[in-house]
Design a protein around this ligand. Structure first.
Ligand code: PLP
Length: 400
């Protein structure tokens, strides 16, 4: 067996340097816990970046994957695929949408949404209607086009020329959005809560007004629920908190229970703009990933109290964090989020706090430079939250 030092050396040697990886090698996970190759245990408050809604290696997901792997792993979309049909049906029944397109990641789901919106707008209005409005601080993916949609200049640097046709407006500023809409506007693409942008929720008024502006101007509203979807915010989809429905929605992260899958959902009249040849994906919606996603959604819905628990635990965690904010008012600037997608903005780079948490047995992460992000499995316990709060309390005490 290789030791940790050799593994980290090989990691640096053989993998491209695209991530700031913590110096541990994870081997095993169960529920809210993961273990590294030296047997150290961590409580996972990041959940694979909003992926592991049901925790690690949930038995229903493991069994679904084992069964499907024995039956059929891949055949291509030139044939009908049982678990893909079932998954699409479940997603449609549980959402505003009528039809689904499957792909392999959040970025691909947004690519599909952008392609569908453009095709629909051209067919129904004209070739001029191509512009897509997105928000400052948004994150929609790393492909050239989803990066073009993303409202963070630092991520775009070095990759120009980007895809034309994207306009950026200030997030949560309805006047800015209203004045950016023109007859050229094809769609407005927004996250209900900006995850990578620092866990910033859209206000209810903002999304409601955005919906209205879109409807009044023949503009499609696309919600990027790649991070907020699949129970993360205490509803199956975050738009349910806002009493609105989008025209198109994208999913990724939590959908597959840990396997790579993305989905783009739309109303029928919009979805109809895709015909054979319009779009596709070799692996998109393959039997294995769909079986896993189906097991994930079924487990969430069968649970009955998981989403309520997500709300209750999220409120509890925010209450405890708000207490910390009162204790350290100069250090902690904001506590934000919904359900179990929570951000704590501090007055400095949060990298050292993430490192210290790792040493103390907690996986957390830092987003937008100075926001600590928590996205634990929805099965996290109050006791585990208390343990993390104790560690943060002590660390903030030393920093203040
Ligand atoms: C993570 C994320 C993406 C990109 O998903 P990938 O699977 O990494 O391509 C897109 N949009 C949002 C809101 C995300 O959080």
């Amino acid at each position: 067996m290789m030791n940790i030092k050799h593994m980290l050396e090989d990691s640096n040697r053989y993998l491209m340097n695209t991530y700031n990886r913590a110096p541990i090698v994870l081997r095993k996970g169960r529920g809210t816990r993961v273990w590294d190759i030296n047997g150290n245990e961590y409580i996972d408050f990041l959940g694979g970046v909003s992926v592991n809604v049901l925790g690690h290696c949930h038995p229903k997901i493991v069994i679904a994957l084992q069964k499907q792997a024995q039956r059929l792993i891949h055949v291509s979309n030139l044939y009908n695929i049982e678990p893909q049909i079932e998954l699409a049906k479940v997603l449609v029944e549980l959402s505003f949408a009528d039809q689904v397109f499957f792909c392999n990641s959040g970025a691909e789901a947004n690519e599909a949404a952008i392609k569908l919106a453009r095709k629909y707008a051209k067919e129904h209005h004209g070739d001029y209607k191509i512009e897509i409005i997105t928000a400052t601080n948004s994150f929609h993916g790393r492909t050239i086009t989803t990066l073009s949609a993303t409202g963070q200049d630092k991520l775009k640097k070095g990759f120009e020329p980007l895809t034309p046709g994207f306009v950026n407006v200030e997030f949560n500023n309805i006047e800015d959005l209203a004045s950016a809409v023109s007859e050229n506007t094809c769609a407005v693409l927004l996250e209900p809560i900006q995850g990578e942008g620092g866990v910033r929720p859209a206000t209810v008024e903002y999304l409601k007004e955005a919906r209205k502006i879109c409807s009044d101007n023949d503009v499609l509203l696309i919600l990027d629920e790649v991070q907020t979807g699949i129970g993360r915010t205490g509803k199956l989809f975050a738009y349910e908190h806002y009493e609105i429905e989008p025209d198109i929605m994208t999913l990724g992260k939590g959908l597959g229970g840990g396997v790579p899958i993305g989905a783009m959902l739309a109303k029928k009249d919009i979805a109809s703009s895709f015909v054979p040849g319009s779009h596709g994906s070799t692996f998109g919606g393959n039997p294995l990933v769909c079986a896993s996603a189906l097991a994930t959604i079924e487990a969430i819905m069968e649970d009955g109290i998981l989403l309520e628990e997500c709300n209750r635990l999220g409120e509890y965690m925010k209450k405890r964090l708000t207490e910390l904010k009162k204790e350290f008012p100069s250090l902690i600037l904001h506590v934000r989020g919904k359900g179990l997608l929570i951000g704590v903005e501090i007055n400095r780079d949060c990298g050292p706090i993430v490192e210290e948490c790792l040493k103390r047995g907690f996986l957390i992460n830092c987003t937008a430079g100075s926001t600590l992000r928590f996205a634990p499995p929805l099965i996290v316990s109050e006791h585990e939250i208390d343990k993390l709060i104790d560690v943060l309390d002590e660390m903030f005490g030393r920093l203040q």
